[in-house]
Every structure is written in structure tokens, then in C-alpha cells.
Design a protein around this ligand. Structure first.
Ligand SMILES: [Cu+2]
Length: 363
């Protein structure tokens, strides 16, 4: 073999070798990424904390200022509990929430097939838990029904819940590309819902996520979640001295302590429900409470599609979870309220706004 031929052979051997290495490396990468795609785990750090909550921070009826807040404005600040999200296991830096979320705990996001891990720290003064709806869990991760340490985390204690957002938790054939589930504390569920320990989970259909790191559905520009709940504050903690005495009679106190809220606010004090004209808007609606909590969410200015049916009123019972879609078309400062007469009187109203497309309004 001449020198040139030997060189050629060496080169081709080297090329073949590097080809094999390259292919092997690609294969390993593919396997790894497949494994990663299959096993995306979304981690959250959430603490339960005792807070003061003001049902109308403006002190006003922002829908009909002259009518005032009625008996519901006599006491506004109450001792409550909330789920607060932190960036990591030091539980020092809070994750900010949009204004429209109000009293709701952090919204957990997942794509169909993902796992969710919630590291829960109980900073409050009684045993609490997190019980999710819809997701798959074993009994140790149910977060309720007195099953193990996750069912009642003592004050100062921690528990890491592991839940699966599998196909049984994901949108079904007649659902939009994402659906909503509740989570709440379930040691004494009735009390703890009224405490304010409520949040939501949104699961996006596989393939509809914007990116692996961005589970929001790609066919939606803006999504809101609103909870319709009459918080019963009778026999609970009014914070400001003198407010309890403001009620003229036990009957007045009993009514005034029923706070007819959307995301924990009354009479238009829920702010931030703003979209741009032509936005595709998704509304996740939640109902909770007791037999007075028959709510009918109603939008002025725009209709929605509810499971393929066109409407502008969606009925909610305690525990209801409904997702509807609209395309915002008409600019305006629109009412969004419960259509039950007694609930309108008691302040279960706010506004949602459609502003002209910014790119257009800037021209
Ligand atoms: Cu209502």
C-alpha cells in the first residue's frame, strides 16, 4: 500500500469512527430528551399563611359609588389564610400574582403527561393540607381524608405532594385546549375554604402548550380564573376594632358578614380583568360554598362558547369547574357579575375591560 492509499484508509476509518460516535451521541441525546419530555416535573413552593384580607380595599362601591357598600361595608377586614407561592425552598421571595387573581392561591400549570410536585410549608397556626381535584395521586398524596402526614401538616411542618397530570386530568374530547381544577385545604375543608385556602390548577392538552417551559395553550391570548363564593364570616375573625360593633342588630351582622365575592372582592374591587380587542380570552370559572352559592356568571359586551354552546351566562354550583372561551370584539368597560338578584345587591360584581389593540392605538 502506497503512502497515499494508507492515508485515505486512515481518514475513512477516522470518519467512520467519528460518524459512529456522532450517531451514538445523537441517540443518547434523543433518549435523554424523550425521557425528559415524558417526565417533566413542575415544582412549586407554597406556604399557608395567616393574613388580613380586605374585601373592598378602595372602601367604595366602585360599580355604583352613590349606593355605597351597604351592610357589607360595615366590616371589611378579616383574619384569613392564604396559599402564597415562593421561588424556592427558602420560602423568602414571593412569586407575584396578577391583580385579578385576588384571594386565589397560585395557579399550578401543567401539560398533559407532566408531574406536579408541591412543596408545602405550613406557616399558619393549625394543621392544614393541599388536596387537588382532577390530578392523579395515591392515598399518601391525597392531601385529605386523614390519610397520612400529607392530610394534616402541622404548624411549622412541611410535606411534598406528588401528583400526575395524566390523560385523565387533561382536556377531554369536548373540552377546550386547557381546563381548570380546584385545590384547597382538606383537614376541615368547610372551614378552610372560608379561610381562603383555595387555588387552581390548569392542565393543557399535550401538543397545545406554547413550549415545554411555557405550558399556556398556544390558541389563547389571555386567560383569567374567577371564583364565585359567598365567604361566610359569621363567627370568624373581624380584624379592626369597632367594626363588629358597627352592625346595628344580629340580623344585620349576619347578612353583613356574608361577603358575596368574585376572587375575594366585592362591589367592583376586583381589578385587572383587562384584554385587548381581538384577543382570544379563556375564562376558567370556579364555584364553591354552600346552598346559597348558586351563581350565574354573566358578561356584558361579549358572548362565550361553553362546550360548543353560545351563551353569556354560565351557571356554577359549589365545586363547579368550567372553562369557556370568547374573542373580545367590542372595546368597553363591561360589567362582569353574578346574575342572581340577591347576589347583585350584595356586591357580586366587577368589571372586565376591552381596550383597543395597543399596536392600533399607538398609531
Ligand atoms: Cu351568585
Amino acid at each position: 500500500m502506497g503512502v497515499a492509499a494508507s492515508l485515505n484508509l486512515k481518514m475513512s476509518l477516522n470518519i467512520n469512527k467519528s460518524k459512529v460516535v456522532f450517531l451514538g451521541f445523537t441517540y443518547v441525546l434523543l433518549c435523554l430528551s424523550a425521557a425528559l419530555v415524558e417526565a417533566t416535573t413542575r415544582e412549586y413552593w407554597i406556604a399557608a399563611e395567616k393574613v388580613e384580607w380586605n374585601y373592598a380595599p378602595s372602601g367604595q362601591n366602585l360599580i355604583r359609588p352613590k349606593m355605597g357598600l351597604g351592610v357589607w361595608g360595615k366590616a371589611l377586614v378579616y383574619q384569613k389564610y392564604r396559599y402564597i407561592q415562593y421561588t424556592d425552598d427558602t420560602y423568602t421571595t414571593q412569586v407575584e400574582q396578577p391583580e385579578w387573581m385576588g384571594i386565589l392561591g397560585p395557579q399550578l400549570q401543567a401539560v398533559e403527561g407532566d408531574s406536579i410536585k408541591v412543596h408545602f410549608l405550613n406557616r399558619a397556626d393549625k394543621p392544614l393540607s393541599i388536596h387537588p381535584h382532577g390530578l392523579q395521586y395515591d392515598e399518601a398524596n391525597e392531601g385529605g381524608d386523614m390519610k397520612g402526614p400529607g392530610a394534616a401538616v402541622p404548624p411549622g411542618g412541611t410535606f411534598s405532594y406528588h401528583w400526575e397530570a395524566n390523560s385523565d386530568a387533561a382536556p377531554g374530547p369536548n373540552d377546550p385546549s386547557s381546563i381548570v381544577w380546584l385545590y384547597h385545604s382538606h383537614v376541615d375543608a368547610v372551614t378552610e375554604v372560608y379561610d381562603g385556602l383555595i387555588g387552581t390548577i390548569v392542565v393543557t392538552k399535550k401538543g397545545m402548550e406554547r413550549a415545554e417551559t411555557h405550558p399556556h395553550p398556544k390558541d389563547v391570548d389571555k386567560a383569567f380564573t374567577t371564583l364565585f363564593l359567598v365567604f361566610n364570616e359569621n363567627d370568624r375573625g373581624i380584624v379592626k376594632s369597632g367594626q363588629r360593633e358597627a352592625y346595628k342588630s344580629p340580623e344585620e351582622a349576619e347578612e353583613g358578614n356574608l361577603k358575596h365575592t368574585i376572587n375575594g372582592f366585592i362591589f367592583g374591587n376586583l381589578q385587572g380583568l383587562e384584554v385587548e380587542q381581538t384577543d382570544k380570552v379563556r375564562w376558567h370559572l370556579i364555584g364553591l360554598g354552600t346552598e346559597v352559592d348558586m351563581h350565574t356568571a354573566h358578561w356584558h359586551g361579549q358572548t362565550v362558547l361553553n362546550g360548543g354552546r353560545r351563551t353569556d351566562v354560565v351557571d356554577l354550583l359549589p365545586g363547579s369547574m368550567v372553562t369557556v372561551d370568547m374573542t373580545a370584539k367590542t372595546p368597553g368597560n363591561w360589567l362582569y357579575h353574578c346574575h342572581v338578584a340577591d347576589h347583585i345587591t350584595a356586591g357580586m360584581l366587577t368589571r372586565w375591560r376591552v381596550v383597543p389593540k395597543r399596536s392600533l392605538s399607538m398609531q
